[in-house]
Design a binder for this molecule. Structure first.
Ligand SMILES: [Zn+2]
Length: 400
């Protein structure tokens, strides 16, 4: 924090010395409390978000109100026996899969998805037109056990993994197994895994003892019911539609990142890069996916979201930046599905529920929803495919 703050001050000072005005510093100052941005706002806020039972009620209401327009099904079951639902709307050729709350303390995505499903299923010319052009499948709250505990990991022991996959007896537990304290949550008495490293670009992969404990730059294993559910939905959808055009995964990041000029707190960071290009030397290990990987499409999707949010002008929906690039994360759904040919996008809005929490709830949900809407509209009217992928570089970087 000290480093960031002093950098901000020196940037503002430099602008004044260079003949600029204090206008540079004004946007940050205009937002209450940002000058003292802290990850500890004292606002837990988890209760004001949609919990698992409320999500189930919201989805079944929607399906009942819009029969034949919204289809909701139980796509899987979490380790602790909770339903994982998928909701589908639209019959168009452009296919979009959206997931939220793989990290159970990152909740805006779930509320944004429910709101988006409501808008898309409405009896309006806008919605009807979009439904003819796109097929949206959403898996909100895909890690319901973690979500109910308001924590990052799922609720599962290594012993339960071995029970389900006996061939792993004697293997070292996965590297992303939490058994201590993480983000203030006690995993010692209730262990869990970061499900966001359990994917594998080989959608038929079967867990092997020799592939453990693994690392962040190695593929995951599909050892959790939550990631297996998303994998199965993805695979079925790809088989039905000849591919999944876009995959969006909805997350939160720390609340106090600044944009590249150190002027404004970042509302949301986005990215389309999760593995090195299989055609590049760094991506040689992914060579078998080279024909399918489509970084241009990922970049176009990101620009569509960026443009949609920028169209609201200098508002609370601004301050969209790029998430750090040069990632090698084949164990994320984003990395794995990118290698299978989907255009992929990460949304990271500011603040976890145990820090920033509900304070900016409405604005952050709208930011996610508007970004998603930009992608759907761009795919729906074809304009997204005409975006110059190099405009991805226009998205400002994040000061981290
Ligand atoms: Zn996350």
């Amino acid at each position: 924090m000290l480093t960031r703050r002093s950098r901000w001050l020196s940037t503002a000072l430099a602008a004044v010395l260079a003949g600029g005005t204090l206008a540079l510093a004004t946007p940050a100052a205009a937002e209450p409390g940002t000058a003292q941005c802290s990850p500890n706002t004292g606002d837990v806020g988890a209760e004001s978000w949609t919990d698992h039972a409320e999500l189930g009620a919201a989805l079944s209401n929607l399906a009942a109100q819009r029969p034949g327009i919204v289809t909701v099904e139980q796509a899987g079951t979490s380790n602790r026996g909770r339903a994982i639902w998928s909701a589908r709307v639209g019959t168009g050729p452009e296919t979009v899969l959206v997931t939220s709350e793989i990290h159970g303390n990152e909740k805006t995505g779930t509320d944004a998805v429910v709101s988006l499903l409501r808008t898309l299923s409405a009896n309006t010319p806008y919605a009807r037109q979009l439904r003819d052009r796109i097929t949206l499948v959403a898996i909100p709250k895909m890690n319901p056990d973690g979500a109910e505990l308001d924590r990052r990991g799922n609720d599962r022991t290594w012993g339960e993994v071995v029970r389900d996959f006996p061939q792993l007896a004697g293997a070292q537990p996965a590297w992303n197994y939490y058994t201590g304290s993480t983000q203030g949550d006690d995993y010692a008495s209730r262990p869990g895994f970061d499900v966001n490293r359990d994917y594998n670009p080989d959608l038929d992969y079967v867990p092997k003892a020799g592939d453990f404990p693994g690392t962040s730059s190695r593929p995951g294993w599909y050892i959790h019911p939550e990631s297996r559910t998303v994998r199965d939905v993805y695979r079925r959808l790809a088989a039905e539609k000849g591919g999944v055009d876009a995959y969006v995964d909805l997350h939160h990041q720390a609340p106090c990142y600044l944009d590249e000029h150190g002027e404004n707190w970042v509302t949301m960071s986005i990215s389309g890069q999760f593995v090195p290009d299989p055609r590049s030397p760094a991506g040689a290990k992914y060579a078998e996916y080279a024909d399918r990987y489509d970084f241009d499409l990922s970049r176009q999707i990101n620009v569509a979201a960026y443009d949609a949010l920028r169209s609201y002008g200098n508002s609370a929906f601004g301050n969209i930046t790029l998430y750090p690039q040069n990632q090698d994360l084949p164990g994320t759904g984003l990395g794995s599905f990118a290698l299978n040919g989907s255009g992929t996008t990460l949304f990271e809005v500011r603040g976890q529920t145990q820090s920033w929490g509900a304070k900016k709830r409405g604005q952050l949900i709208s930011t996610v929803e508007r970004g998603l809407t930009g992608i759907l509209e761009g795919l729906g009217d074809g304009s997204l495919h005409r975006i110059d992928p190099n405009r991805y570089n226009e998205i400002p970087e994040t000061q981290r």
